[in-house]
Design a protein around this ligand. Sequence first.
Ligand SMILES: Cc1cc2nc3c(=O)[nH]c(=O)nc-3n(C[C@H](O)[C@H](O)[C@H](O)COP(=O)(O)O)c2cc1C
Length: 194
Amino acid sequence: MITCIGIACSPRRGGNTSLLLEQALTGAAQGGARTELITLSDYNFRPCQGCNACSKDGECILKDDMQQIYQRLLAADRLILAAPIFSMHLNAQAKALIDRSQRFWSTKFALKRRVIQDAASRPYRAGMFLSVCGTAFPDMFDCATKVVRYYFNMLEMRYAGGHFYWQIDEKGAIRNHPTAFQEVLEAGLRLVSE
Ligand SMILES: Cc1cc2nc3c(=O)[nH]c(=O)nc-3n(C[C@H](O)[C@H](O)[C@H](O)COP(=O)(O)O)c2cc1C
């Protein structure tokens, strides 16, 4: 059985990206995956300090809650990252998660080692991105998508695409979208069926 983790990056509990993530995880469970939800605001971790210690051994010297998330990222076969757009980019919590994953970047690109030690036994890992924004500007997801693609690459995951919704601002407004819930439900199922 494959493991699909979802990371809810918004600080707004029950907000739009979290609702989308729940649907996508439901789809993944329907597809036979074991699913896990990580609500980032439940975890207490510091931003990356840029100390570069991870370039020596691939480990992060900050011993906070991020250590638990590292283990779950390494164990996951699929990842669904759900984060809203704040100030035209990923919200700060999502960016902090990615910065604190620098230990994986160091492992892969500085130390030139595999991030996933048992990659031979589970060669297919993939990630999907879910996001919403309040405005209708067409390029609103461009910066975030670029960074998330880079993040999945760092995690040795194929980018399995994203689902983006504009003009979704109030808490729960995504519920009124005509197709979003069905789309992400199906996307979650597809993600774990590939
Ligand atoms: C601090 C902050 C900055 C935001 N910046 C943008 C922005 O640059 N562009 C945009 O379209 N929406 C922006 N929004 C709107 C959010 O993307 C929108 O409210 C979204 O539905 C929040 O998702 P959530 O419910 O999952 O937290 C911003 C919201 C906040 C709180």
